[in-house]
Design a protein around this ligand. Structure first.
Ligand code: AMP
Length: 147
């Protein structure tokens, strides 16, 4: 069995994501795999974004969300020593964009948290579930407790 060569970590920048981040870092080290990170600015209406805002989505806000997301991604990239060309900031549906970027970049393992902003009440969050259904490579959903 071949070991993983390219791991894609999907982050939503919620605090509990640290567990997911450390798991991705650990696996990338163990497999000597390339690590990429992705964040998708959701283009669906939102009232509970993870950027410290609690306001309805509008187009003016998009630029600000992208800028804040870029800062967060750059910071995480520095922490994980992931170069800029392996940091993906996309806009759209998180599950669609995560799977698209994975396919286009020959990713062989996608790592997501089991729960995030969308999923505390569910067994598996909607993004994790969507990625799991549509990905053409392995997917690891890192178990997160909701307490
Ligand atoms: P959720 O579906 O919101 O419960 O999120 C489950 C997991 O999917 C999170 O822990 C992240 O790993 C990933 N995820 C959710 N939203 C995004 C996003 N906007 N961009 C990238 N990854 C995301």
């Amino acid at each position: 069995m071949e070991s993983y060569k390219h791991i894609l970590l999907a982050v939503d920048f919620y605090e509990h994501n640290n567990t997911v981040v450390y798991r991705a870092q650990d696996l990338a080290n163990k497999y000597q795999a390339k690590l990429s990170i992705i964040h998708v600015v959701d283009n669906m209406p939102m009232i509970d974004a993870g950027y410290g805002a609690d306001i309805p989505f509008n187009f003016d806000l998009t630029t600000e969300l992208m800028a804040t997301a870029k800062k967060n991604l750059t910071k995480l990239g520095e922490k994980l020593m992931v170069s800029e060309d392996r940091q993906w900031l996309e806009m759209g549906s998180p599950k669609t964009e995560i799977v698209r970027v994975a396919n286009e970049n020959k990713v062989d393992l996608i790592i997501v948290g089991s729960h995030g902003r969308h999923g505390l009440a569910l067994l598996l969050g909607s993004t994790a579930n969507g990625v799991l259904h549509h990905a053409t490579c392995d997917v690891l959903a890192v178990r997160l407790q909701d307490n």
